[in-house]
Design a protein around this ligand. Sequence first.
Ligand code: GAL
Length: 696
Amino acid sequence: MPGLEKLTRGRLAYGGDYNPEQWPEEVWAEDVTLMREAGVTVVTVGVFAWSWLEPRPGAREFGWLDRVLDLLHEGGIAVNLATPTATPPPWMAHRHPETVQVAQDGRRMATGSRNHFCPSSPTYRRYATSIVRDLADRYADHPALRMWHVNNEYCETCHCDISAQHFRRWLRTRYADDLDALNAAWTTAFWSQRYGDWDEIGTPRDTTYLRNPTQQLDFRRFSSDALLECFALERDLLRRRTPDVPITTNFPGLATWVPVDYRRFAAEEDVVSLDWYPDPADDDAHVSSALAFDLMRSLAGGRPWALMEQAAAAINWRARNPTKPRGLTRVQSLQAVAHGADMVCFFQWRASTGGAEKFHSGMLPHSGPDSRVFTEIRQLGTDLARLSEVVGRTEPARVACVLSWDSWWAASQEAHPANDLDVLDQLHRYYEPLIQSGLTVDVVPPDADLTRYSLLVVPNLYLVSDAEAHRIVECARSGGHLVLGFFSGIVDEFDRVRAGGYPAPFLDLLGLRVEEFCPQPEGVRLRCVSSELGDFSSDLWVDRTRPTTAEPVAVVRGGELDGVPVILRNRCGAGLAWYVGTRPDQQTLRRLLGAACARAGVAPLADPPPGVEVVRRAGLLFLLNHREHPAEIALAGSWRDVLSHGRFDDRIPLPGYGALVLRPIRDVPAASGEHSLEVVDQVPHAFEETAPGGAD
Ligand code: GAL
């Protein structure tokens, strides 16, 4: 299977989306000159160019694209060639209105924006495969072609009649043509929803009151699969024609709205890639970034991934869109590299002067090359060119956080005990202390090989299948350590409660039984006491827990829940399981995870000040200051910054938004008696994590 190495060829790939169809041809030559000046090695071409390639049904206009690819190739710039299928041309909607998406309320979308196709439409699929086949035939042998970029940010869901038919076909496969099985899975005995014929089933459109949760969950799964079918159709065509060219599709971030199951997509593509737009106004954006980046590396099976899009300065789609302060783009890009990216790209090369994104920054801003933004883009090109030694290498992790798409989708539904329980926020809270201490953390699904990890952190796993639960239990029994957050193990894969005490699949593992959920009113903080972690406060949620074999680590003090244990620990086989039945303040969660790491034999790499990250990759230490204030990091030894060649000893100053990539060096007496510096290629042993310890 070809990977990113086809594109990197020993050097970090650098560039952005290039939309030459927005510019007169005279500008193209200048683009290539400036790309070279900026150190750009690759551009993504043609993402939204369908109406330029096929102005009329069946027509082909490839001449302009030929010239663009030739020009780029002459300039030594590789091409990540996009299929234009995210946005069908206006003629398609005009001639075939059924190719346009229908929203949950039954309204058909209008055209005039983008991403408006119905993934189930045979007409859309026919036109899409036809243009993709012709693109592949035309450019298969073009020397600039180094990667295929399929579609853009798959995210469409559709409630039209064609989609409903497709949904029913998907359901018949899922439930092996057994309508009784579907009725049981969807609990249709409730509210007289029992289906007597497959044709009675629709997509979960707007209803008078609460909708069936399993119908909604299955629709999410189906919608993701329908898009995956679209991806696979294109991929198969491209792969047949160019088996050596890697294929990717760019994932649309990691926010509350994640429409497709990345794990299933990642398994079908050659390269995992992400679009990422951290909010410059968010002081903790770097934690979300690290989390998304670690997820990408994990989805890629530990191989390098691609940062396909980010902004060089401001974006245009939040309520306020501040520019990025000087240095922030650099530190964010290096952060992606530190977490395993081998490709750092932007949306887009040249800022548009018209259209919906004319106030979205580009690498080349409206003000031209003589600008702060372009100067930083050039600098970044130089920095990335100095980091070739990391290419193709990533850091193995001994700690993993678990994230399940099915569970996330199910937990995000309405009519739950606390509808403001946010799975991503919960993950973020548990993940933050881990990266703050410099650990490499994988983010894996519950059916991954979990026994590889010394510590498994499961912030929330509301929905768990029997097989997944079994893997988690086995991980602990075989000596792994586990931290499990509340409202986990509650329902099966059909979103049906597992009765008999929560969390049913983990009762023995945890040595406790949760009798009742006690979500707390907004603003209420509970007092909890713990001799081990110190007293603390918690909010949002408390489980009424009864330990069987577990040892209480913290209990509620005062009020109706006085004495209820909220943090517990239980030995399980050779491993140790922690249960967190509330939402402790962040300081306490840090202490708890510190204790869990220590017991699992995972030593922290560093203890930098807040906002500073220390990340290890390929024998180098990335020191990243994500905030505007200068910081100082204590790191015993002598170090050389690979980017500036500066030398540092023991205490390392980092300016606001500063970044260093350090290689350890040691002083070696030269024959002349003078001292010279010998470079060692590994981070010294002191920075290695310790071996796994016992359960004590
Ligand atoms: C992405 C998209 C790009 C551009 C960008 C703006 O979602 O793939 O084409 O619209 O957002 O931030």
